[in-house]
Design a protein around this ligand. Sequence first.
Ligand code: PMP
Length: 303
Amino acid sequence: MHQFLPYAWFQGQCVPFEDARISIATHALHYGTGAFGGMRAIPDPTQAGTMLLFRADRHARRLSQSARLLLTELSEETILSALTAMLQANKPQQPIYLRPFVYTSDLGIAPRLHQIETDFLIYGLPLGDYLSPEGVSCRISSWTRQEDRSLPLRGKISGAYITSSLAKTEAVQSGFDEALLLNSRGKVSEASGMNLFLVRDGELITPGVEQDILEGITRASVIELAETMGIRVIQRPVDKTELFIADEVFLTGTAAKITPIRQIESTTLGTDRPVMESLRTRLIAITEGRDPAFEHWVTRISI
Ligand code: PMP
């Protein structure tokens, strides 16, 4: 059972979580016509009464762009001020995950995006490690990552997560922790809710934005961080075979942070992961507000 934060943002205000209710006829519930965000907020270890949000501006921008892809409007300012109000109402004392969601709130049965009401809500919950930081096992999914010509992959569109859900459950039910999805061209795309990186000969390799990935904010941050640390980053198509011979393979995402992969199908990968370790250590310091060079990635909100 999840323990949700006591207050949610719903219909333009903070209300008790239990009072934020929607109808069973809600359009988005039936058609997946919503888009969500996912961000972490942690209490500032050095300053009581302050929450640290990692790249809040990027998360707000991506959600605003997702709303546009659903043919509705939701400004970055609206998102950020609702997040602030919600944090101030809840005053969390532990690390939390925030889930903002824009969706077609109309009641009715026609799949469409025109002449339809939309709404925006946020709820939150405490969240520790989503995947084991020690490493996970992955299977190559029998499901194919969707294509951008079928649905807008630059947004976190709710309906798209049927593929992630099927892939994750297939992986878990066959004894693995996570799923790696190939795209329709047979190239490695990403995991069920994380982007993927490989290390080969000291270079960091990740599928480019044209490989039907979600443009992850952790991914973009790891790329920028690696470059400032003098690690060469190459964005290019990745073949399945490369996964088995890479020196290191790891996943990135808001929920997963940086999680190493220890096994893919029946191949066990090495446990010496100097590149992943150095990036992870640095990223943790940044998210905890301990890295002056990357202060600008952290938003401080007084609660
Ligand atoms: N891919 C998918 C499909 C995701 O849902 C997520 C999580 N938002 C990611 C990648 C990682 O993105 P981010 O680093 O922005 O959390």
